[in-house]
Design a binder for this molecule. Structure first.
Ligand SMILES: [Mg+2]
Length: 171
């Protein structure tokens, strides 16, 4: 294993909370609006399985979105994600509250984001990841860039890395 990989693995091993952005991370970032104003998003089933797997293994998962979407509420409810925060203007502020609530340190948190409103939250965490199509400034701060695109298995890829590093991913 390369030295850089070992450094990443050490960071991943400490993760006890994964914080996820929605648009561009849990979804491909496209927002479909129907004629009657309803919003439609597509999620990846494999991301969902990873979120459930993390939680079963004791790694908490939080979702923080800058926008509000009923579809996100339903998806998170399906996956048992109770730490859902929508219509958030300051994601770092919400992250700090979650850490306090869960009694966790920033080093034990991992974040995934794809746009500039995710950067402060990502930098605050012990480790952070992004998707290949993220904003260049986000690509610059990320410890890891997934091969998979947002909404297309990126969350699954990073979640598996976390679980592998913690020795809790077996199949
Ligand atoms: Mg986003």
């Amino acid at each position: 294993m390369k030295k850089a990989d070992q450094h990443l693995e050490n960071k991943l091993r400490r993760v006890e909370l994964l914080v996820l952005d929605v648009d561009g991370v849990l979804s491909d970032g496209r927002i479909y609006i129907s004629d009657d104003g309803r919003e439609i998003k597509a999620f990846d089933a494999r991301d969902g399985l990873a979120i459930v797997a993390l939680k079963r293994r004791g790694v908490e998962v939080a979702v923080i979105s800058g926008r509000y979407s009923r579809a996100v509420e339903i998806r998170c409810s399906d996956l048992g994600v109770e730490l859902l925060f929508q219509d958030v203007s300051d994601k770092l502020d919400v992250l700090k509250k979650i850490l306090k609530q869960c009694n966790l340190s920033p080093e034990s948190a991992a974040a995934m984001g794809d746009d500039i409103n995710d950067i402060s939250m990502m930098k605050y965490c012990g480790v952070c990841a992004t998707v290949p199509e993220a904003h260049p400034a986000v690509l610059e701060v990320a410890d890891y860039v997934t091969s998979r695109a947002g909404g297309r298995g990126a969350v699954r890829e990073f979640s598996e890395l976390i679980m592998k590093a913690k020795g809790m991913w077996k199949y």
